[in-house]
Write a protein that binds this ligand. Structure first.
Ligand code: AMP
Length: 283
């Protein structure tokens, strides 16, 4: 256990700390996580420290964003390791509620995620973004941050939360941060721990294939033909199942038109054995 970064596990104790900071005029940055932290998470904490006087990192594996057939029970957990990394990153407070503290008996209110949650992840994980939106709304009310930092790694999640904050007039600013990658291009993810040695060797080709597709589209290639080609390459590389690979409008995540001049994003989700990987790149 760390002896420097403070950890609180009840809303009561959290508010005691944040009230003191508010009294001193300090601004607060929040970095929501599910723990099993890696350098991608740490980069968000460092950004939070630049954008606010105090950085709060929440660690909560949120059961309501997992479907019954998903990996909630085997999701990696390493609180001691996380606290060490957060110490090094100069986090000011760790907010680590229990499931009972977050969802006490009788809890039944929720946020229904907006149009950005439809399709892509929403097609394959139908309740996921309602769970994410609800827990983030709770985290925002608990921590009352001025800013909250989210990774572009989960690009659709960022779009859904930007829409929630806008639609519900939530009094904070969301900031998106670029995806941290391993030297071979694989996006860092807590779920990479599930990959076998063979799967880990295949995994970086997801990034190289969607990057090549983004490059081709930027040079004027036909989107449908490019996507078909990218799917063929993913299958040849060893990905067993492709949930989707799509080119979308970066802001609305609606259908993309290369003629519109609007920023586009390539988003993909596919499976290596029992592990589902997602990634995205700008066109
Ligand atoms: P998670 O713990 O996976 O729910 O992620 C917590 C936050 O870290 C989310 O905002 C993610 O988008 C972000 N994140 C996850 N992986 C990365 C990465 N490789 N680079 C930057 N941010 C990331």
């Amino acid at each position: 256990m760390s002896d420097t970064v403070k950890i609180v596990r009840t809303v009561h104790d959290l508010r005691k700390v944040t009230a003191k900071w508010r009294h001193r005029g300090h601004s607060i940055g929040l970095v929501p996580t599910m723990g099993a932290l890696h350098a991608g998470h740490v980069s968000l904490v460092r950004l939070a420290k630049k954008k606010a006087d105090r950085a709060v990192v929440s660690i909560f594996v949120n059961p309501t964003q997992f479907a019954a057939n998903e990996d909630l029970s085997r999701y990696p957990r390493d609180e001691a390791g996380d606290l060490k990394k957060l110490d090094d990153a100069d986090a000011d407070l760790v907010w680590a509620p229990t499931v009972e503290e977050m969802y006490p008996d009788g809890f039944s209110t929720g946020v229904r995620a907006g149009s950005a949650a439809k399709e892509l992840e929403g097609t394959f994980r139908p309740q996921h973004f309602d769970g994410v939106a609800t827990v983030c709304a709770k985290l925002f009310n608990q921590v009352t941050p001025n800013v909250a930092i989210f990774g572009e790694k989960d690009f659709q999640q960022l779009a859904v939360l930007l829409q929630m904050v806008r639609d519900l007039n939530m009094p904070l600013k969301l900031i998106g941060a670029p995806t941290k990658r391993d030297t071979d291009g694989l996006a860092l993810s807590s779920r990479n721990a599930y990959l076998s040695a063979t799967e880990r060797k295949i995994a970086p080709s997801l990034f190289s294939i969607i990057s090549a597709l983004a490059g081709d589209i930027a040079e004027g290639a036909d989107v449908a033909a490019g996507v078909t080609n990218a799917k063929r390459k993913l299958t040849a590389a060893g990905f067993e199942k492709i949930d989707y690979i799509e080119v979308r409008d970066s802001e609305t995540l609606g259908s993309a038109s290369t003629a519109s001049g609007r920023p586009l994003r390539v988003l993909a989700a596919c499976w290596l054995g029992k592990t589902r990987l997602i990634d995205n790149v700008a066109v």
